[in-house]
Design a protein around this ligand. Structure first.
Ligand code: ZN
Length: 395
C-alpha cells in the first residue's frame, strides 16, 4: 500500500523539474527526468557525486554507495537491496545509454528513511539536505604490486573428500583418488592466491566431506569468485578409447548442455548420494531452479569470463587438450552458488599422460599457478569494468 501511494504521489505532476542537493560542500542542481511511463527519475552518477558517494557494479546489480551504505539496484526490477534485505521500489531503476537512473523515490523517501540522521527531504521544494559535517573523502586505495586492489576474496573448493573419493583415476598410483588430487592442488592454489594478495576461503583443508550444497554458499556477498576443483575420468568399461581422451575443461552454470558436459554433471552430481533426501531435493527441485535462474542471469558473463581465462592460462602448461568452457544447468555444486563460479576439471584420471601430470608435485604447482594467474586477470578485469562505471571523488 505504501508503495502504491508513493507511486501515485511521486508520479508526474508532483515531482519538480529539478532536484536540489544541499551538502556542507555546496549546492547541486540535478535534472529530474522521466522513465518510459512518465515516472520521475534521477541520474544516479551525478547524484552519487553530489552526495560524495560512488557507484559500482556487482554482477547484474548496481550499487550506489552513500555514506558507506550500499543501496543496490537491479535494473528493470522494482526493488532494491540494503544490508541483504530486498525492498520494493515504486518504479524500477534502469540504464539508458551509459547512464543509470534511479527512481525519485530514492531521494524523496529511501535516503531520508534509512539515513535519516544525515538526510532530510523537503518534498515541496524538491530539496535533499545533508546535515552535519561530511566525513573526509577516503584516500585513493593503495594497489598491490600486481595491480589489484586489496580485499579480494576467493573460495577454493577441493572436490569430494572423506567418504566420497570422487573418481578412482585409472592411472593414479594405488591409494590416490580424485579427492586427494583436488585437495593437494587446492592447498597449493591457496598459497598462490595468498601470495598474490587475495584472501582465500577453503571449503576443506583436510580429508573431510563438506555438504555438496553448502560449498558454493561459502562464497557469500563479500566473495568474488567460487572455484571448485575436480578431476575428470571416462568410464573405462564403456569407452575403449579412454586412454586417448585427455585435457581440461571449465564448467559454468548456463543453458547449453553439451553431451560431454552432461556426462561430467552426472559424475560430479553422484556425490549428492551422500546428502540427505531433503538436500537432494534442494539440488534438483524447484528452489534449485529459482536459485539457478537468479545466479545465471546475474553471473553468467562473469563466470564465463573467469572460465575462459582459466582455460587460457592452463593451455600452455597442460599436456592435454584445451576442451574449452562448457555450460551446464544441473551441476549441484554450482547451482547453489550466489556468486560467479566455475568448476575446473583439471584433467583425466583415465588418461595416462594427464594422470601422471595431475599426481606430480610439479604438475600440481603449475596448475595452481595457472589458476591463480587466471584469477588475478579476472579480478583486474572486473575492477577495471566496475571502475570505469564509478563516480564520485577520486575517480
Ligand atoms: Zn569430481
Amino acid at each position: 500500500m505504501i508503495t502504491l501511494a508513493l507511486l501515485a504521489s511521486l508520479s508526474g505532476p508532483h515531482a519538480p523539474a529539478q532536484l536540489v542537493v544541499v551538502t556542507p560542500r555546496g549546492e547541486t542542481r540535478l535534472a529530474v527526468s522521466a522513465d518510459a511511463d512518465g515516472h520521475p527519475v534521477v541520474a544516479a552518477f551525478p547524484l552519487a557525486a553530489a552526495l560524495g558517494g560512488s557507484i559500482r557494479q556487482d554482477g547484474a546489480w548496481i550499487t550506489v554507495v552513500i555514506s558507506r551504505q550500499d543501496f543496490s539496484f537491479l535494473p528493470h526490477a522494482p526493488l532494491f537491496r540494503l544490508n541483504d534485505r530486498i525492498e520494493p521500489l515504486a518504479v524500477p531503476a534502469f540504464e539508458r545509454g551509459d547512464s543509470l537512473f534511479v527512481p525519485y523515490q530514492f531521494v524523496a523517501e529511501i535516503l531520508p528513511r534509512y539515513l535519516g540522521e544525515l538526510y532530510t527531504f523537503d518534498r515541496e521544494a524538491g530539496r535533499l539536505v545533508q546535515r552535519g559535517p561530511v566525513a573526509a573523502a577516503a584516500p585513493a586505495p593503495k594497489r598491490l604490486p600486481n595491480g589489484l586492489l586489496p580485499g579480494h576474496i576467493v573460495t577454493v573448493d577441493a572436490g569430494h573428500g572423506g567418504a566420497d573419493p570422487g573418481n578412482p583415476g585409472r592411472f593414479f598410483p594405488p591409494g590416490v583418488t580424485e579427492k586427494s588430487v583436488t585437495l593437494q592442488v587446492a592447498l597449493l592454489l591457496q598459497d598462490e592466491l595468498t601470495r598474490r594478495g587475495i584472501t582465500v576461503r577453503m571449503t576443506r583443508t583436510t580429508d573431510t566431506r563438506p555438504n555438496l550444497l553448502q560449498r558454493a554458499p561459502t562464497c557469500d556477498a563479500s566473495c568474488d569468485l567460487f572455484v571448485s576443483l575436480h578431476v575428470d575420468a571416462l568410464d573405462t568399461r564403456k569407452r575403449r578409447d579412454y586412454r586417448s581422451v585427455d585435457g581440461f575443461t571449465t564448467l559454468i552454470i548456463g543453458e547449453e548442455n553439451s553431451a560431454d558436459a552432461a556426462r561430467v554433471a552426472q559424475t560430479e552430481n553422484e556425490a549428492l548420494r551422500f546428502e540427505s533426501a531433503q538436500d537432494q531435493d534442494l539440488a534438483g527441485g524447484p528452489l534449485a531452479y529459482i536459485l539457478r535462474d537468479l545466479q545465471m542471469n546475474e553471473y553468467l558473463r562473469e563466470s564465463a569470463r573467469a572460465g575462459a581465462l582459466m582455460q587460457t592460462h592452463l593451455e600452455p602448461i597442460h599436456p592435454g587438450k584445451n576442451r574449452g568452457v562448457q555450460q551446464r544447468n544441473d551441476l549441484a555444486v554450482l547451482n547453489t552458488g550466489r556468486r560467479p563460479g566455475v568448476l575446473v576439471e583439471m584433467g583425466y584420471g583415465s588418461s595416462p599422460s594427464d594422470a601422471k601430470f595431475l599426481v606430480s608435485k610439479d604438475g600440481q604447482r603449475r596448475i595452481a599457478r595457472a589458476l591463480a594467474d587466471a584469477i588475478v586477470d579476472y579480478l583486474l578485469e572486473f575492477e577495471w569494468k566496475s571502475g570505469a562505471r564509478a563516480a564520485g571523488p577520486g575517480r
